[in-house]
Design a protein around this ligand. Structure first.
Ligand code: KIV
Ligand code: ZN
Length: 515
């Protein structure tokens, strides 16, 4: 018997970006959106167009770049929001407007200062306006998880009558338990007279660690769309993790009445990309995408797995893309093998010149490190993008010195808008000395919010991937750098963050901008 489709709605670029510090610029959003499209995500929520010019442009760019997924823009139930979302999505092959208004007593009284009747009317007007731009309109009664059932039924019925085709039920504050959330969805579908005219969707936050459990429980009550994010990124404790949702449904097809269309082998690529762009590391014991998710340490387990994998493994590592850890290319690999492997990883080169440039960098890396893994290729592409970042600041050369009992020093030559600046500083360590030397030439006055180093693969010749988060006047940026030398990678990451700060001053982080 053919099963129902479970629609996967990814909101990494919108709710995910609302994590403090998880800022992404337009190019980064396009890269993540392409990876999501390649993974066959059904709907990509690309941002909140009215929030800022930067958000508007990012949604517009994602809408123009994506062909096979629906691109969605968020809008409050207000004319200006809806119009801005409609404009941003104008070039999308398939567009959805997602509009919301709060329906819980506390939100209506304290935040909106509206009577319930006004809330229903505002929702209906917003949906009707959104229908002028697209017939694919989603409505969310915000804080539905703490709303009164009878009022929720009224709002949902009116929303469907006004033209909403998806009804999303957010547990905005992550308060619900699986048994209650599943019951809420069941009652809504049963009590709302026109519920058969819309798809019911889940949107669960993870404040009690229940976002995935709540979303999956709702599927058994009839929900056929799940809103989620890669690595569970999102406001506060995050949203339901896409990889956990998708792999639960796939692994337990014996009980689920539906299945997703996701290409699960792309999960690791998406996870690494989101982690590298946002600077949010994945914890080692994270389900599906954590470094230890498929590692068997105990001798009894190892023995069992060698004899028969199913003794201790319920999923195959390669089904979620972990096999990408195998050796892929080496010093003698050609341009075609390089291009093909990157295409398999979801990257398309815009021009032959871009391919040649990346290939030259690959050869340089292969000289230093003869075993090149997928992770190295992904970092190399990030580096390649860094090169394309509108470079106001550029590292020309660096020299560092350290010795037991001596203070570390760094000499840096930096090009600032085409002019060379030399500077020298000491620090608590080589990285500290480098950053101080760079600051002597740049004087950014930005606060360093995050500095993290990750080994991309195993071995002492592994590339170190460095993330640097800078914050200044409400603008948050994440810079990345990768090199077999972590001090050089750190300098690249810092300079990359400075360039982003320089180019992004018009776009405040959604957490910091008062919409
Ligand atoms: O958590 C929430 O309520 C939201 C809505 C905008 C859907 O993110
Ligand atoms: Zn949310």
């Amino acid at each position: 018997m053919k099963k129902d489709k479970l629609i996967i709605f990814d909101t990494t670029l919108r709710d995910g970006e609302q994590s403090p510090g998880a800022s992404m610029n337009k190019d980064e959003k396009i890269r993540i959106a392409r990876a999501l499209e390649h993974m066959r995500v059904d709907v990509i929520e690309a941002g909140f167009p009215v929030a800022s010019r930067g958000d508007f442009e990012a949604v517009q760019a994602v809408a123009a770049a994506i062909e096979n997924s629906t691109v969605c823009g968020l809008a409050r139930a207000a004319e200006t929001d809806i119009d801005r979302a409609g404009e941003a999505l104008a070039k999308a092959k398939s567009a959805r407007i997602h509009t919301f208004i709060a329906t819980s007593p506390i939100h209506m009284q304290m935040k909106l200062r509206m009577q319930p009747e006004q809330v229903v009317e505002t929702a209906v007007n917003a949906i009707k306006r959104a229908r002028r731009y697209t017939d694919n309109v989603e409505f969310s009664p915000e804080d539905a998880g703490r709303s009164e059932l009878d009022f929720l039924c009224r709002v949902v019925e009116a929303a469907i009558n006004a033209g909403a085709t998806t009804i999303n039920i957010p547990d905005t504050v992550g308060y619900n338990l699986p048994i209650h959330y599943a019951e809420l969805i069941r009652q809504l579908i049963e009590k709302v007279p026109n519920s058969d005219k819309a798809i019911f969707s889940t949107h669960c936050h993870n404040d009690l660690g229940l976002a995935v459990a709540n979303s999956l429980a709702a599927v058994f009550s009839g929900a056929r769309q799940i809103e989620c994010t890669v690595n569970g990124l999102g406001e506060r404790a995050g949203n339901a993790a896409l990889e956990e949702i998708v792999m639960s449904v796939r692994t337990r097809q014996d009980v689920f009445p539906c299945d997703t269309g996701i290409d699960t082998t792309q999960i690791m690529t998406c996870s690494r990309l989101v982690s590298s762009i946002t600077g949010f590391a994945v914890q080692p014991n994270k389900a599906i995408v954590g470094a230890n998710a498929f590692a068997h340490e105990s001798g009894i387990h190892q023995d069992g797995v060698i004899k028969s994998r199913e003794t201790y493994e319920i999923m195959r590592a390669e089904d979620v893309g972990w096999s990408s850890n195998r050796l892929v290319l080496g010093k003698h690999s050609g341009r075609n093998a390089f291009r093909t492997r990157l295409e398999e990883l979801g990257f398309k080169f815009d021009s032959e010149e871009a391919l040649n440039d990346a290939f030259r960098r690959f050869k340089d890396l292969a000289d230093k490190k003869h075993e090149i893994y997928d992770e190295d290729l992904l970092a190399l592409i990030t580096e390649h993008d860094l090169e394309n970042e509108n470079e106001h600041f550029k590292l020309i050369s660096m020299k560092v010195g350290t010795e037991t009992g001596e203070t570390p020093t760094a000499k840096i030559i930096l090009s600032v808008d085409g002019q060379e600046h030399a500077s020298e500083a000491t620090g608590d360590g080589l990285v500290d000395a480098c950053f101080k030397a760079i600051e002597l030439s740049v004087n950014s006055e930005a606060a360093l919010d995050l500095f993290s180093v990750n080994s991309i693969t195993g071995g002492t010749d592994a590339q170190g991937e460095v993330n640097v988060r800078l914050k200044k006047s409400g603008v948050v940026v994440n810079g990345q750098g990768a090199d077999t030398d972590i001090v050089i990678a750190s300098a690249h990451a810092y300079i990359n963050a400075l360039n982003k700060l320089y180019n992004a001053s018009e776009r405040k982080h959604p957490q910091l901008s008062a919409v």
